[in-house]
Design a protein around this ligand. Structure first.
Ligand code: UD1
Ligand code: MG
Length: 381
């Protein structure tokens, strides 16, 4: 299987069409939903504009609910599309494996996460508790998981330490999957605090993943092991189906959340989007590569550890300080990437700070691609 297969290309095109309808639906739904969240008392104050008139305005919260619901509907339509593909004799899963189980596990887990994220926005769950919410949401995926449980050992390590080509982690693989969902969701959630950042980073990551999937599918299939190559290609195709609507619904939401934000996306969005990315990585079997695209999140997470572990005091919001006279944001002693960027590059406006971090995200993805292609063959077969 690769993109030369007519049905694969057609499936991708139809999925892209469904996803663009998702873009339109999100643009339509957000203004409606934001009236409801405001009325229900679900709003936040735009902290970086505090001290200014804009800082006193109630901004509707948790609008990830709108994009999340549209996303799930898109996935169901795309699933139906593959029902027809399958009936026509072209399946995205090898024979003998129920392709619906992957879809249903993905749907259940992402939907569960959306629900728990929304619960967090409504109930303001304590930090230590909400850290483990993704582990609960991941259960349907983990239980239904029927893929491999091996990780590839990078070539240079094989000779040195006498390790095999593959290491079967067995039960530990389940632990690894759960840890990955906790990391993807929370690391996106804590790289936040300026308008547009949560959705902006997700949009870029989903585009990078999509690009990666399509590149892998475009490579002519020259492998001797046809079954393994077919399974790999199926994984990338399935992941592309999950990432297309994430990119388009996020892009629609970004239009409302970009500086100056008309809506906040809430933990509903950060947790749901992080989970969609984690599920794509797990069921697409490229979770190690995924970590390259999440480099800014990894840096922010590691740099945040002293505060997250309370070794250094951690306030409820780890935001920069606004100088209301100039409108510029200044670094505070908070240990996160947005403050580090202000510290290294000097004070700037909120929009510029978001752009700086997003440019970093694009650069990390580009370097990741470069490194992966340049080093292909060095680390893996
Ligand atoms: C995470 C961060 C926290 C950051 C917050 C901002 C950690 C451990 N937690 O907490 O430091 O302040 O995200 O999302 O790193 N808000 C703005 N402008 C924005 C986005 C959010 O002022 O562009 C404020 C609003 O008051 C909004 C609130 O943050 O109501 C939402 O915070 P929430 O997502 O619940 O915070 P956490 O995810 O717990
Ligand atoms: Mg949040």
């Amino acid at each position: 299987l690769n993109l030369d297969d007519g049905w694969a290309k057609r499936s991708l095109l139809v999925s892209a069409l469904i996803s663009w309808s998702g873009f339109a639906a999100t643009r339509w739904l957000v203004p409606i939903a934001k009236a409801y969240t405001l009325r229900a008392g679900l709003f936040g104050y735009d902290i970086n504009k505090k001290g200014t008139e804009a800082g006193e305005v109630r901004v509707p919260e948790a609008l990830g609910l709108a994009s999340g619901v549209v996303y799930l509907v898109c996935i169901v339509f795309i699933q139906q599309l593959h029902h027809y593909d399958h009936a026509l004799g072209a399946g995205i899963m090898p024979k003998g494996r129920d392709w619906r189980s992957d879809y249903n596990a993905a749907l259940a887990t992402i939907c569960f996460m959306l629900f728990l994220g929304f619960a967090d926005d409504v109930l303001d769950i304590r930090w230590r508790v909400k850290l483990v919410l993704p582990a609960i949401a991941a259960l349907p995926l983990v239980v239904a998981y029927s893929g491999g449980t091996s990780v590839v050992i990078p070539k240079p390590l094989r000779g040195v330490m006498g390790l095999p080509d593959f290491l079967d982690l067995g039960f530990l693989y389940t632990v690894y999957m759960i840890l990955l969902t906790i990391f993807c969701t929370n690391s996106i959630n804590i790289l936040a605090g300026v308008n547009g950042l949560e959705v902006g980073q997700t949009f870029i990551i989903s585009c990078a993943v999509l690009f990666h999937n399509i590149m892998e599918l475009s490579v002519p299939d020259a492998s001797a092991n046809k079954a393994a190559a077919g399974a790999m290609a199926n994984g990338h195709l399935f992941s592309a189906f999950l990432m297309l609507p994430l990119a388009t619904t996020s892009f629609a939401l970004l239009g409302f959340n970009w500086y100056p934000a008309q809506v906040f996306v809430g933990d509903t969005y950060t947790y749901f989007a992080g989970m969609a990315i984690a599920v794509a990585g797990i069921l697409g079997h490229y979770s190690e590569t995924l970590l390259i695209f999440l480099l800014p999140q990894l840096i922010n997470f590691v740099y945040s550890l002293p505060q997250l572990l309370k070794i250094v005091p951690c306030p409820r919001h780890r935001l920069p300080r606004l100088d209301p006279r100039t409108g510029l944001l200044h670094a505070t002693p908070n240990w996160n990437l947005i403050n580090l960027v202000l510290h290294l590059m000097g004070p700037c406006g909120e929009e510029a700070l978001c752009v700086r971090v997003l440019v970093m995200q694009v650069a990390c993805c580009a370097v990741g691609f470069g490194a992966k292609w340049a080093l292909q063959g060095v680390f893996h077969d």
